[in-house]
Write a protein that binds this ligand. Structure first.
Ligand code: GUN
Length: 292
């Protein structure tokens, strides 16, 4: 069993980007920039946004966090997004989700210029992905494919089984792996909560991607010997032995499933860190498109 090390791989990606950015800046080019917009006071979102800013700083990218009160109007937020659509110093715009209930998330996502849609959530980006056009792909699925490629895992003709049909992970990763391209070209099945016996599908997986948000859901008797396992879950469960009182586990029961796997991502230390790295990569892509 080989660990798919998201920490090491994400660090390699940051080093590569840092080098490319420093070369461009030496040539007198603008510094790439990412703006993150955070509405209200959600502790988890605050942590995400801070870590994104730290990543940007590490690789020489400009980053700005716009903090807005939880009671601002939808119009106010739309105006801010439009302002950054026209700001040449910021090549990527990220509106941290979830937004407060009185703001229509879809409307805000659709207001972001597709040229700056580094989250890949805009319907134009999603549509381009489905028809196989080069586009921004949301960071978690992009990070999963990057891990598979960097570990030279064969995907062509392999059966990829995706657990979960979210717009952020399940649907985009299924579409990525379906593409007639290197690092994809797989046979893809998407499973979801309406499956009567999900193990019928999981047992057939050459590559199993779990993104359902259910702690330790995938057990050893649900997978075949030699499976490649990508665990997207980040779930908190009670842990009396920890001073925090909880621990983070994935959607896969790692202790049970790892011995049967050829490759597996740990949680934490797997996909989560790749998501952060891919946000930087997408921002750099937006910047290069701007420079052209
Ligand atoms: N909230 C949790 N994860 C994400 C993400 O990847 N992007 C945005 N915009 N919000 C999030």
């Amino acid at each position: 069993m080989i660990l798919l090390d998201g920490k090491k791989t994400a660090s390699e990606i940051r080093s590569e980007l840092k080098e490319e950015i420093s070369k461009l800046v030496e040539q007198g080019k603008k510094v790439p920039g990412l703006v993150a917009i955070l509405v209200g006071e959600n502790p988890a979102s605050e942590i995400y946004v801070k870590s994104k800013a730290k990543d940007c700083e590490e690789i020489g990218m400009k980053s700005k966090v716009e903090r807005l009160a939880g009671n601002i109007s939808e119009e106010h937020l739309l105006d801010l997004v439009k302002k950054y659509n026209n700001d040449e110093n910021f090549h990527g715009i990220l509106v941290q989700l979830p937004l407060p209930k009185h703001i229509n998330e879809e409307k805000i996502i659709e207001a972001i210029s597709p040229k700056k849609d580094v989250d890949g959530f805009h319907p134009i980006s999603m549509g381009n992905l489905v028809i196989g056009k080069d586009t921004f792909v949301s960071c978690t699925p992009a990070g999963i494919q990057e891990l598979l490629i960097r570990y030279k895992i064969e995907t062509r003709g392999k059966h990829v089984v995706v657990l979960g049909r979210s717009n952020i992970v399940g649907k985009p990763i299924a579409n990525i792996m379906l593409q007639k391209k290197d690092g994809a070209n797989s046979i893809v099945t998407i499973c979801h909560s309406a499956a009567k016996d999900i193990s019928i599908y999981t047992k057939q997986a050459d590559i199993l991607i779990a993104a359902i948000g259910s702690p330790n859901f995938v057990k050893a008797d649900m997978v075949k010997e030699g499976v490649v396992v990508v665990d997207v879950g980040i779930n908190r469960i009670e842990d009396k032995n920890s001073s925090r009182g909880y621990k983070i586990v994935g959607d896969v029961d790692f202790d049970e499933v790892a011995p049967k796997s050829s490759y597996i991502t740990p949680v934490p230390g797997g996909v989560g860190l790749m998501t952060r790295a891919m946000l930087l990569k997408n921002t750099f892509k937006a910047y290069k498109m701007y420079c052209e």
